[in-house]
Design a binder for this molecule. Structure first.
Ligand SMILES: NC(=O)c1ccc[n+]([C@@H]2O[C@H](COP(=O)([O-])OP(=O)(O)OC[C@H]3O[C@@H](n4cnc5c(N)ncnc54)[C@H](OP(=O)(O)O)[C@@H]3O)[C@@H](O)[C@H]2O)c1
Length: 339
């Protein structure tokens, strides 16, 4: 019924995961909430699948109680789905789209729901043969990987790239994209048992982040690497900078190490001379970049590495899998009838 009526009224309800305060993974619950009313500049999407992100774990576990987060909130910073109501946009009803960021699941309700209302500037058409589950693994991880690698790190085929936090969904996307242009990839994990997994993901070398990463890296590349994608963040950033060759670039994109800032940062003494430090923020996706990502995916037959697909009702299990660091891929939720 909902799909056939583009003027969805607020008396219709949808199923969604609603955060009322910070909570444990298994305390996440489904609620029924009104379908949001469409307004100018926003489009209504029927969510088919969405991927989970580390930032949603942080939101659920810590950030939701912060004064700048308005509760209750439907989390979820990305999704894949179909346009139900295009409002005043150029999208057409039934069009296959992805949506991400711009405040989704943070300053307004996000994608952990059957339907989501999103600013049309954060919604993008896609040229793909990927199914819904695979498509849902793309937006945030591949957009961030692409921006970090090609905008911030200016990655070239001749580069040797260290990805610190290589087993994260973002790290795995970055391995694929970097290999697709011919770069050499060194990926790190804290867990020796994941060495084989990362090799299977096409990493040229795997380092175990156990306090001896410097020795391991320099035994392979005595002069260091020339590009670093730092996903652990400020906790390991300065160590990574010292593994970077003169004229190399380090891009700090992640905060897996749960340290968001560099305290007492002294750029003169802490950064090796001639090493460039940059970052990447995925908040401003554009259709042009999304098109380029799908061009690379299609050309190289890339498939996202998916850990497991859950139903909306299994959201607690999905969050637990992400939280215990054993996912080894993107955790996906597929919206089904009777979620
Ligand atoms: N800048 C941006 O706009 C942007 C956009 C997207 C994501 N991010 C950030 O990028 C990072 C990756 O996101 P994701 O969703 O892909 O993550 P994810 O899939 O949830 O990452 C899981 C991996 O993180 C590693 N990990 C967990 N805690 C860690 C710790 N304390 N120290 C080191 N490694 C740890 C584990 O690796 P091992 O157990 O194998 O070591 C685990 O396999 C997050 O920090 C996220 O916030 C930033």
């Amino acid at each position: 019924m909902l799909e056939t009526n583009s003027k969805l009224k607020s008396e219709f309800v949808l199923k969604a995961v609603v955060l009322y305060k910070t909570c444990l993974a298994d305390e996440l619950k489904i609620s029924e909430v009104p379908v949001p009313e469409v307004r100018q500049g926003w489009v209504l999407i029927k969510v088919k699948s969405f991927g989970l992100n580390h930032s949603e774990l942080m939101m659920r576990a810590y950030e939701a109680d912060a004064p700048y987060i308005k509760l209750p909130l439907i989390p979820g910073i990305e999704c894949a789905g179909e346009i139900v109501d295009p409002s005043d946009s150029d999208f057409i009803k039934g069009q296959r789209v992805i949506a991400l960021m711009g405040g989704m699941g943070r300053s307004f309700d996000g994608s952990y729901a059957e339907y989501t209302l999103v600013p049309s500037k954060n919604v993008f058409k896609v040229e793909t043969t990927l199914g819904w589950e695979e498509l849902a693994a793309i937006p945030e991880s591949y957009y961030t990987a692409y921006g970090s690698l090609f905008e911030s790190l200016q990655l070239k085929p001749e580069d040797t790239l260290l990805i610190r936090g290589g087993t994260s969904a973002l790290g795995l996307s970055a391995i694929q994209l970097a290999k697709s242009v011919g770069a050499t990839v060194v990926a790190s994990t804290r867990n020796e048992k994941k060495r084989e997994f990362l090799t299977g993901q096409d990493a040229d070398n795997v380092l175990i982040d156990n306090g001896t990463i410097r020795e391991q890296l320099l035994s392979l590349y005595p002069k260091g690497v020339n590009k670093v994608l730092e996903l652990i963040g400020p906790a390991t950033l300065l160590e990574s900078a010292k593994l970077t060759r003169h004229s190399g670039i380090i891009c700090s994109t992640g905060v897996l190490g749960e340290k968001g800032v560099l305290n007492n940062f002294d750029p003169i003494k802490d950064l090796p001379s001639g090493v460039y430090l940059t970052g990447f923020f995925s908040n401003y996706p554009t259709q042009a970049v999304i098109d380029e990502i799908f061009r690379l995916i299609n050309k190289n037959n890339l498939y996202p590495t998916i850990s497991k697909v859950f139903s909306l009702g299994e959201i607690g299990q999905a969050h637990s899998l992400m939280e215990n660091n054993t996912a080894n891929g993107k955790v996906i939720v597929k919206i089904q009838v009777n979620n």
